[in-house]
Design a protein around this ligand. Structure first.
Ligand code: NAD
Length: 391
């Protein structure tokens, strides 16, 4: 099977779906790789390096679509809404598409690729099981985001992060509060600790208390019910809960130099946890980095991809954070893709390295969005029904 890697077309996207280091491993498992010229350039992977590792580099995107059986992308369908249809036009029946697809946000674009009779797999749909962890792009990209958020905060804050005892006096360490301790939040905690800040954190799922403490941060106790939902995710709470949470957090936020928010509920708009009043209570120069900006934001004043200055506080609402660290974000994404492709090979010893997407497999079934001209994924079908019902 030939894997095709194209240059990403989403504005500002600098990652690439497969990096050169994974090509020999793919070849070893029976795959061939064809790469569009310049596909990895913005992530720091030159064409010559791809060639050196055994890929065929071709001049145009169309060449990749013509030659490949599987197209691997960072962003496809709804994750690249303005350009994905140009790619659909180049796809042929039976071709396999693998990438982040924003299938629950833009199921209409999944329906459009279905018409091409393509087998499209949405990588955000990977089940949350131990076996699937090595293919989980949400976790690997959240790691990048959590790290990056802290560096941005440190850059904007007019203070040091660590404590200093110098001849010019003693400097108190910065206080960082992380809201939501999933993968991004835990990485933010670890990064802020490494920079020497005093870190505290809160999550609606009490189970993460131990993880927060194991990183050397303080878990902020709040007299609130648990928000643990299915599969280790948070569940959506009612407005009364969020109002009470905001009240309890006001003091912690007022005392923090930096607030990093990562609170998300899968498939829903992010809850507002920081109001304008709470921002007013923060000291001038404080910084909020809202990693939930893509889903509406956890702070009332967040504007996606803008820097908001309000009441002396800087509020950053970055989206597509992994694209700002494209070398390692691509490396991690590519490893997830590699593991996903290898999982498409038969697990039967006698048929080792034989390509078999029809085999019984919860990861294939859980991510398979389109087949035989139809949308086949239950959650995507449901989202599509909701969109069609609304129109
Ligand atoms: P996420 O991105 O969905 O949400 C971020 C965090 O925000 C979560 O920890 C959530 O509990 C928290 N949150 C939601 N509402 C909140 C509120 N009102 N106040 C405070 N916090 C709030 O989460 P994630 O990073 O994907 O991780 C969720 C869990 O799933 C973690 O325990 C993670 O380790 C686990 N996980 C498991 C697998 C696997 O087993 N394959 C893969 C990825 C993540």
């Amino acid at each position: 099977m030939k894997v095709g890697v194209v240059k990403e077309t989403f504005p500002g996207e600098r990652r690439v779906a497969v990096v050169p280091d994974h090509i020999p491993q793919l070849v070893k498992r029976g795959f061939e790789v064809v790469v569009e010229a310049g596909a990895g350039a913005e992530a720091g992977y030159a064409d010559a390096v791809y060639e050196g590792k055994g890929a065929e580099v071709v001049a145009t995107r169309k060449d990749v679509f013509d030659k490949a059986d599987i197209i691997a992308q960072v962003r496809t369908c709804g994750a690249n809404p303005d350009c994905c249809e140009d790619d659909f036009a180049m796809m042929r029946e039976g071709q396999i598409l693998v990438g982040a697809a924003e299938p629950l946000g833009r199921p209409d674009l999944v329906a459009k690729v279905a018409i091409k009779r393509v087998n499209a797999f949405g990588l955000e749909l990977i089940p949350r099981t131990t076996r699937a962890q090595a293919m989980d792009i949400l976790s690997s990209m959240a790691t990048v985001a959590g790290y990056r958020a802290v560096l941005w905060a440190a850059e904007r804050l007019p203070k040091f992060f660590p404590m200093f005892m110098t001849a010019a006096g003693t400097v108190a360490p910065a206080k960082v509060f992380v809201m939501g301790a999933g993968v991004a939040g835990l990485q933010a905690i670890a990064t802020a600790k490494r920079l020497g800040a005093i870190v505290s954190a809160y999550d609606i799922r009490p189970a993460v208390k131990e993880e927060i403490e194991s990183l050397g941060a303080k878990f902020v106790e709040m007299d609130l019910e648990s928000g643990e939902g299915e599969g280790g995710y948070a569940k959506e709470m009612d407005e009364d809960f969020y109002r009470r949470q905001r009240e309890l957090m006001t003091k912690v936020i007022a005392e923090s130099d930096v607030v990093i928010t990562t609170a998300a509920v899968p498939g829903k708009k992010a809850p507002i946890l920081v109001t304008e009043e709470m921002v007013k209570g923060m000291a001038p120069g404080s910084v909020i980095v809202d990693l939930a900006a893509e889903r509406g934001g956890n702070c009332e004043l967040t504007k996606a991809d803008e820097v908001v200055e309000a009441h002396g506080v800087t509020i950053l609402g970055p989206t597509n954070v992994p694209a700002t660290l494209p070398f390692h974000a691509s490396q991690m994404y590519s490893k997830n893709v590699f593991n996903f492709l290898v999982n498409m090979l038969s697990k039967d010893r006698e048929r080792k390295n034989e390509f078999d997407i029809e085999q019984e497999d919860d990861i294939l079934a859980g991510t398979w969005m389109t087949k035989d001209g139809e949308v086949v994924h239950e959650a995507v079908k449901e989202a599509l029904g909701a969109v069609e019902g609304a129109n």
